[in-house]
Design a protein around this ligand. Sequence first.
Ligand code: 13P
Length: 255
Amino acid sequence: MIKNMRQQIVAGNWKMNTTLQEGAELAREIVERLDQPKGLVVFAAPFTHLTTVQTTVKGHINVHLAAQNCHQETKGAYTGEISVDMLASLGVEFVLIGHSERREYFKETNALLAQKVDQALSKGIRPIFCCGEPLKIREKETHVNFVKKQLRESLFHLTPEQFKSVVIAYEPIWAIGTGKTASSQQAQDMHQAIRKAIASKYGKRIANATSILYGGSCNAANAAELFSQPDVDGGLIGGASLKAADFLQIIQALK
Ligand code: 13P
């Protein structure tokens, strides 16, 4: 479903973790203990787990499924790849696009990511578009321009109507899996810059309706402080999404 309002979202990116049984148990435990979340909860589970996790989240209107990647072509001879049609047929509503691990290890470029975004939207799947700078760029203080270029080259070809379905996740690479989170002020400054860039392209109304999530060593202890920032609309959580109690606490931290 295409949404057109600013939503608070906590998404768990399980990455290449959990067996099917462990993933099913993790989702079950979280969903059972979920107490009226103030926003959407998203499980970005491995492809192999999606159908099983789908049966667990069915009927929970605030809980949604995401894939961690998709292919840019509709179908065909791409052995080992997964199309958005396949994802849509499972009831997947979101897909992570442009995670820094895919950019780095699988050489995904801004241009390729633009194609993936188009594919996802063509089937009504909402991209959670990941952006963020490496440490080198942060140290040179060119991080805002770096992230703006990522947005421009992968998203800003979209029509306003299409753009309304996109969720942004700002994940500074130096904060991912390092235990070194961005300060809430660093997160707020970048989120505000992202929202400004969206406003100059699509106007203030759309910019204000866009959910911008923070990711990078976000955990049960620091989530409330990060989410309290006016332009931080939730989080994309890696390591801490694999522990039900921690993930539930992060969901509770939504404002
Ligand atoms: P960590 O929360 O483990 O730092 O990972 C963040 C991330 O990459 C989520 O996509």
